[in-house]
Ligand binder design. Sequence first.
Ligand code: 13P
Length: 275
Amino acid sequence: MLTGLRDILNIAKEGGFAIPAFNVYNMETVMGITEAAEELRAPVIMQCYSRLFTNKEAYFLAPVILAAAKKASVPVCFHLDHGAGLTEAVRALRYGATGIMIDKSTLPPEENTAQTKQIVDMCGALNIAVEGELGHIGSTKDEIFGEYTEVDDAVRFVEETGVEALAVMVGTAHGRYKKAPKLAIERIAKIASATSAALVLHGGSGVPDEEIKAAIRAGIRKINFGTDLCYAFLDEVFETSRELVGIDMFMKPPTESVKNFGMSKIRLLGAENRV
Ligand code: 13P
C-alpha cells in the first residue's frame, strides 16, 4: 500500500529497526524491490535521485512506482532523494511522491535551515513529511568525507525546520568505499536521544553489516542503498547472453538479482515480518 514517509518511519521507530530505502531507476528495479518486500513482509521506501526529476525519467518512472506501491500488500513509500530545490520537490509532489527530501547541506547552516523550512511548509499543506540533511554527506571519491553532524546543531535544525527525518553525517559517503567505513556510533546515539526526528544513514552500500547493526541500535531508522543495487542489476546485465533478444527475457536475471539484493538488506536491517 502506498504509504507516507511519516507513517513508514513510525513503524521503524516503534519496532526499533531501520526502513531500507532503495534507489530505483527503471521498471525492473521497482519490480525486484517490490517482490523482495512482499516476500519478506517488509515496509520499504523506493526513492529516486533528484536528477530524475530535473530530467524526464521520473515523469515515466513515477507511475510505475505508484502502481507497484498501490498493488503491494506491504507499506511502500515513494520518496524524492536529495531534492535539489523547489522544481524537483514540486514535480515529485505532482508525480505522487509520499516523501520529500530537500538537500541544502552544502549551504551555510542558516541558508540550509531557511530553504529546508520553505519545503517543509509547502509539503505540510499536503501533509507530506520531509527529510533534510545537516552535515554534508559527500562522495566516496572525496579525500575527506566531511565533518560529523553536531548534536546541538541537529536539535536546532529539526526544531527550526520541522523536518521529520534527518540525514546525518556520521562517517558514510555515497559510492564504493576504498576502505570500509567506521561509523560514529556514539554520535548517532547522542543525536537520536536529543531529537525526535528519524535519523537517516546515507551511503549504505559497502558499510559492513556489524556497523549497520550498531547504527540501528544507536537509533538510525532509515538506511539508503543505491550503488550496490546498481551493481546487483548491472553485473547481471553484463553476464546475460547476447542471444536473448526479447528485452523482457533479458531483464529477468537482473530483476531477480535486485530482488535478492533487496531481501538481503531487508533482513540485515531487521525489517522482515514487520507488517
Ligand atoms: P550509496 O549509493 O552509497 O548506497 O548511497 C545511496 C544513498 O545514500 C542515496 O541517497
